[in-house]
Design a protein around this ligand. Sequence first.
Ligand SMILES: Nc1nc2c([nH]c(=O)n2[C@H]2C[C@H](O)[C@@H](COP(=O)(O)OP(=O)(O)OP(=O)(O)O)O2)c(=O)[nH]1
Length: 151
Amino acid sequence: MTELINVVGGAVLDSLAEPSRLLVARRTAPPEFAGMWEFPGGKVEPGEGPESALHRELREELGIGVRLGSELAAPDGSGWPLNERATMRVWFAELADGDPRPLEDHDELAWVSIRKSDEALSLPWIPADFPIVRALLTELGATASQGNYAV
Ligand SMILES: Nc1nc2c([nH]c(=O)n2[C@H]2C[C@H](O)[C@@H](COP(=O)(O)OP(=O)(O)OP(=O)(O)O)O2)c(=O)[nH]1
C-alpha cells in the first residue's frame, strides 16, 4: 500500500487565549484549487516532525513565526482525510513575529470571524476542508466561555 502524504495546516488565531479571528489563505495553484481558501501549511518533508514542518511552511508562505497551541482533534486521531492519498493535521497557533503576507502559494489572506461562523463557512474552501472548519468553529465556540487554547 502506498503511504499517505502527511500535510500540516495552521489554524492561526488572533489570540490563543481569547480567539476571535482566524487567518485564512487563498491558493493560487494547482488549477483545481486556485481561488479556494485553506489553512496555510503544506507537506511534511522526509525526516521532519509535523510541528517543525508547520513552522517552516508558515515562515515560507506567510513570513510569520507562530506559537503553536493544541491540535484540532481529528475524528480518527491520525489526521483529517483530504483525499485518498493525503491526510492533514491542524494545529491552533498565534502570531509570534512577522506580519502575514501572501509570499508563496497564495494571493490573498483574510482574518475571518470565528464568532459569526457564516463568515468562515461562506468562503469557497477546498472541499475537503469544510468538515475541519466546522469542527474548528464548534470547538472554539463550545469553549469560548472557558477559552484558553494555549498549551
Ligand atoms: N496547505 C493545505 N493543503 C491542503 C488543505 N486542504 C487540502 O486539501 N490540501 C491539499 C492541497 C495539496 O494537495 C496538499 C498540500 O500540498 P501543498 O501544495 O500545500 O504542499 P507544499 O507547500 O509542501 O507544496 P509542494 O512542495 O508539494 O509544492 O494538501 C489545506 O487546508 N491546507
